[in-house]
Every structure is written in structure tokens, then in C-alpha cells.
Design a protein around this ligand. Structure first.
Ligand code: FES
Length: 95
């Protein structure tokens, strides 16, 4: 699936995608689980603090980042493994 979305500089990639109706897979949304990992094909981001258990230095060197902790600094091209419509996903609330 090829999709594009607008993302303001003060929005994470995860927030920007969701605002435009795209679901990038995520879980903790705090840089702790690694489930929102995406690959930056081109462009620059600002990466906010995260747990090294969620994203290793080797993954950073291979251009991976965490969508929940990444803020765009330029136009970006990213590769996300799991994308869909936010309206098509229904998750049960934690008890
Ligand atoms: S959602 Fe858990 S690290 Fe981004």
C-alpha cells in the first residue's frame, strides 16, 4: 500500500498518520515496545528519547526509527510494515 499524509513538525509520525486516517501499528506510544518501527527511506527526523530495548543502535544505523518518537524535520519517505485505516481497526480496551 502506498499512502501519503501531512505531519506537522510538532506531531510524531504516528500522530500525523492517525490524524490523516492511516494506522501505523503501535502499542505503548512511549518509545518502549518497538512495535511502531518504520524505516526512513529519505528525509530527516528528530528522534525523541526512547528505550534501547525498543530500537537498537544497529537498527538506527540501518535507518529504522520509532514512529511514536519521531518528528519530521523535512519531507519524508518511510516504509511501514503494517498500515491500514484507523476506522477499520477496533482494539478492546484494557481491563
Ligand atoms: S508504540 Fe511502542 S515504541 Fe512506539
Amino acid at each position: 500500500m502506498l499512502a501519503s499524509f501531512d505531519c506537522a513538525g510538532d506531531e510524531s509520525l504516528l500522530e500525523g498518520a492517525a490524524k490523516c486516517g492511516l494506522h501505523l501499528f503501535s502499542n505503548c506510544q512511549r518509545g518502549e515496545c518497538g512495535s511502531c518501527k518504520v524505516r526512513i527511506k529519505s528525509g530527516q527526523i528528530k528522534l525523541e528519547p526512547f528505550m534501547l530495548s525498543a530500537l537498537s543502535m544497529a537498527e538506527i544505523d540501518a535507518d529504522y526509527t520509532l514512529a511514536c518518537r519521531s518528528f519530521p524535520r523535512t519531507e519524508l519517505v518511510i516504509v511501514a510494515e503494517t498500515v491500514g485505516s484507523t476506522q477499520a481497526r477496533h482494539y478492546p480496551r484494557p481491563a
